[in-house]
Design a protein around this ligand. Structure first.
Ligand SMILES: C[S@@+](CC[C@H](N)C(=O)[O-])C[C@H]1O[C@@H](n2cnc3c(N)ncnc32)[C@H](O)[C@@H]1O
Ligand code: SF4
Length: 432
């Protein structure tokens, strides 16, 4: 199975796969008074983008820390949830009062994090109600809630479904109990399955996060996990493990308690197996890491609007926020986050304002999201076609068979799908 997926001559396009594109929060500069002022001025303008937005309040709190996780979360025991929710509302209100947000329309309310399911169903519903009152939603807007099966009691799922939540995002990671134990996931594969089946029975759409290239993960274990999600009929986000500095997993690997993840070739083979099995089961690869069987999900607005739409994210440590040229992340430490909001400041710690040149490069990262780059729209916005701005990069990628270009658009090819992270990096500024 391991070698049957990719022809050897095509496997060496790049030495290893990039899983992150450029222009993520990891690259944003620390906030400066001038950029904060520019952001406030931007927020006082009208939103004329014509793009729908996503509202994403984060509950950056978890009952326990999974060994691999790089998300900036705080233990439930160290936070007063009521105080956190009060401050989160205050921050949401600060944005809701700005002209930009008052002239924006949202088509998704997503409780993210962290683990919103540490809240009671009533607390989650109150927070969603608050968002509905303060922000303008369109007619077809929908609500998503992220939950971990370790805090997702079935009765909470009942209440969320009855309230009208459309989708539950669940971090399943793997259905292999041996790997779950190693990753410090406290609940069993059977309990994850039970939560998923329950949510599905109530008519909820379920999307699970799966991770591959986990220490000691065999190809068979990965295939079994993939077959399980197909059987459960859920959407899937597949993430390649990134061993982040400072995580318990990094320490365990350094101490030799668990093996390191597989090499670049093995990682690629795991991805290709997932691509093959899932596409053969009728899934389509969409967005940055999603496999979906729901046709209209392919066209979700907040994704398709990149980089001109927006995700308004709030809460301690949130890092996926972008409003057109501005991208930001929030203060991670909960106490400092709450102090900033209580002092009347937007609790941002990193803020980036893109120049025209950055926006051209960011537009090309649509390829990473498996989205086409519309050449006519590019010319309308920047006065030039992509081929005039990035002639060498596009020529190189075309020769490698990673992209195709016609009169209207630039798209990644099937081969380009494996290398979409590397493709995005071709358009990043070269380090001097
Ligand atoms: C904020 S978590 C959301 C899920 C929710 N908290 C839960 O655990 O059910 C987002 C997802 O990021 C992925 N993730 C976290 N740390 C990762 C890492 N080091 N490498 C790759 N993916 C990671 C996991 O799949 C995780 O479910
Ligand atoms: S994966 Fe989810 S539950 Fe686990 S630590 Fe990260 S945010 Fe918390």
């Amino acid at each position: 199975m391991k070698n049957a997926v990719l022809e050897p001559n095509k496997s060496a396009v790049y030495e290893s796969r990039e899983n992150w594109p450029p222009y993520t929060y990891r690259d944003y500069p620390s906030i400066k008074p001038e950029t904060y002022q520019a952001f406030l001025e931007f927020l006082s303008t009208e939103n004329t983008s014509g793009k729908l937005m996503e509202l994403q309040p984060w509950i950056s709190i978890c009952d326990s820390k999974c060994a691999f996780c790089y998300f900036p979360t705080t233990a439930t025991a160290k936070v007063s949830i009521d105080d956190y929710l009060a401050v989160l509302r205050k921050e949401l209100d600060m944005y809701a009062k700005t002209r930009y947000v008052r002239t924006s329309v949202f088509d998704e309310i997503v409780l993210g994090g962290g683990t919103p399911s540490v809240l009671s169903a009533e607390q989650m519903i109150d927070l969603i109600e608050f968002c509905k009152q303060r922000f303008t939603t369109n007619k077809e807007y929908f609500i998503k809630v992220t939950g971990s099966s370790k805090t997702l009691a079935l009765s909470k799922i009942d209440k969320l479904a009855a309230y009208g939540v459309y989708q539950m995002d669940i971090g399943a990671q793997t259905f292999d109990d041996k790997l779950r134990k190693m990753l410090c996931l406290p609940d069993s594969a059977a309990s994850v399955e039970k939560a998923i089946r329950h949510a599905k029975k109530l008519g909820l759409c379920v999307c699970v996060d799966l991770m591959y290239n986990l220490p000691g993960q065999t190809m068979q274990s990965w295939i079994d996990t993939l077959k399980k999600v197909i059987e459960l009929d859920v959407e899937v986000d597949t993430y390649s493990l990134h061993v982040d500095p400072g995580t318990p997993l990094e320490t365990m690997i350094k101490k030799g308690l668990v093996p390191p993840p597989g090499d670049a070739e093995y990682e690629k083979q795991l991805y290709l197996v997932a691509y093959k099995i899932l596409t053969e089961a009728g899934y389509k690869a969409v967005g940055h890491d999603r496999f979906s069987r729901v046709e209209w999900h392919f066209r979700e607005n907040c994704l398709n609007g990149w980089p001109w739409g927006g995700i308004l994210t709030t809460g301690a440590g949130c890092f996926m926020g972008y409003l057109q040229r501005f991208s930001y992340s929030n203060i991670e430490d909960v106490a400092e986050y709450m102090a900033a909001v209580n002092a009347g400041r937007l609790p941002i710690n990193r803020l980036s304002e893109s120049t025209d040149e950055d926006m051209m490069r960011r537009t090309m990262t649509r390829l990473y999201l498996r989205l086409p780059v519309d050449k006519i729209d590019f010319k309308r916005r920047f006065g030039k076609f992509p081929e005039e701005v990035f002639p060498q990069q596009l020529q190189r990628l075309k020769e490698k068979g990673l992209i195709e270009i016609d009169d209207k658009e630039i798209r990644i090819t099937k081969l380009g799908d494996i290398w979409k992270g590397n493709i995005a990096w071709e358009f990043a500024p070269k380090a001097s």
